[in-house]
Design a protein around this ligand. Structure first.
Ligand SMILES: [Mg+2]
Length: 391
């Protein structure tokens, strides 16, 4: 049975919020980051700025040279988080099987809901309209049978895109190797040495051969990716006495600003889930996978419970300093907490969040949706087909 996963990704999120909050910036090249003349890099930029070749992670001095008429705006993280939270609430209303993966991206699992909501593309259009009406922001949605393909699909028609992958192999064959999530420059070079220059070619190699050429983890990743099977880009471990979240970079990264930003986002996600789940944790875990796929984890136990995402972020940074020389490109970062405790309840309380609770959440979401989506048939039978996939 195939799933229906939506990857929802806001377009140029920080820059779009700046334009929305200050309409005189609409249609203009907005660059979010320090003023030129300072050190530091572009955090985000509008599509108008991208036409000048500007992209996030670029030093602001270079951005200013490329686009002298660029309008520089400072990062207002608090504001972006505030809007993000509202949007994520709106998205989580659509299905309780929801996984936020960054400040402006989430997966929604709508498997088995066709009879409830109608065809996936129709749901996609509804989501886009709803976010545009309420927040004035555009987003791109990819729909596919798994998270890996959905993520590629949201990128495919970005910005303001909506694309459903119905024929995974045909879709993949339209992409080039560098478009594949998780294939960075190093891997591309290695593949080129082996004369593998397209996804079709990659697919012609057996798993064993790929593993012997690229290592076991690398070979497995490439084997699955070439077939449109999810190699686990956003594995979100089953509920247990730990909560963790990890991110594979599209390109291996050694840029400290980008790496720190990812650590901060992961820390925010983890803290959010701790709070929502009513957990306390005193042990932070960092996982790092380097470009050659070697993977290491390190943890630190504090004398007190973690109290904020900033604190978790600081500990994660401290752990990263012990495990990273600052120059080896990083492929994947993960942040987590273990030794979870829920004050005043059974430790395994979270384990009881099973089908019954999920179903109650679905019913609650549907009740709310009934108000919002008039004219759509909601039946009990289709409710029961709603499957729990994400997370
Ligand atoms: Mg985005």
């Amino acid at each position: 049975m195939t799933g229906t996963i939506f990857h929802v990704d806001l377009d140029a999120f920080y820059a779009s919020v700046e334009q929305q909050d200050n309409p005189s910036l609409k249609g203009k090249p907005v660059i979010v980051g320090p003023q030129p003349g300072n050190r530091g890099v572009v955090s985000a930029c509008s599509y108008e700025a991208r036409r000048f070749g500007i992209h996030s992670g670029m030093p602001v001095s270079r951005a200013a040279r490329l686009c002298p008429q660029g309008i520089f705006r400072p990062v207002r993280m608090k504001r972006y988080l505030e809007i993000s939270e509202e949007i994520m609430k709106e998205l989580a209303d659509i299905t309780p099987v929801f996984q936020q993966i960054s400040i402006d991206e989430a997966f929604l699992d709508l498997s088995g809901t066709e009879r409830l909501f109608g065809p996936a593309l129709q749901v996609g259009r509804m989501i886009k309209e709803r976010i545009a009406d309420r927040f004035g922001l555009t987003l791109s949605i990819g729909i596919a049978a798994n998270k890996f393909l959905a993520k590629l699909a949201s990128e495919y028609e970005k910005p303001d895109g909506l694309f459903q992958v119905t024929e995974p192999i045909e879709f993949l064959d339209r992409l080039s190797l560098k478009d594949i999530w998780g294939i960075g420059e190093k891997t591309l070079d290695r593949l080129a040495e082996l004369n593998i220059t397209s996804i079709q070619k990659l697919r012609s190699f057996s798993r064993d051969i790929l593993c012997s050429m690229m290592g076991v983890a690398g070979g497995r990743y490439l084997y699955l990716a070439a077939r449109g099977m999810d190699p686990g880009i956003y594995s979100d471990h089953p509920r247990s006495h730990s909560i963790s979240s990890e991110r594979t970079f599209a390109r291996d990264k050694k840029d400290r600003t980008a790496i720190n930003k990812t650590l901060l986002e992961l820390s925010q996600q983890i803290m959010h889930r701790l709070i929502v789940g009513g957990w306390q944790a005193n042990t932070a875990v960092l996982k790092v996978r380097y470009e050659d796929f070697t993977t290491t984890t390190i943890q630190k136990t504090l004398k007190h419970y973690l109290t904020s995402s900033d604190e978790l972020y600081r500990v994660a940074l401290e752990l990263l300093r012990k495990k990273w020389n600052g120059s080896t490109p990083i492929r994947l970062l993960g942040v987590g907490t273990t030794q979870l405790l829920r004050p005043g309840s059974l430790e395994q309380g979270e384990l009881f969040e099973d089908r019954d609770l999920k179903r109650r959440k679905v019913e609650q979401a549907v009740t709310e949706l009934k108000e919002k989506m008039k004219g759509l048939k909601l039946t009990k039978a289709s409710l029961l087909e709603t499957k729990d996939r994400c997370g």
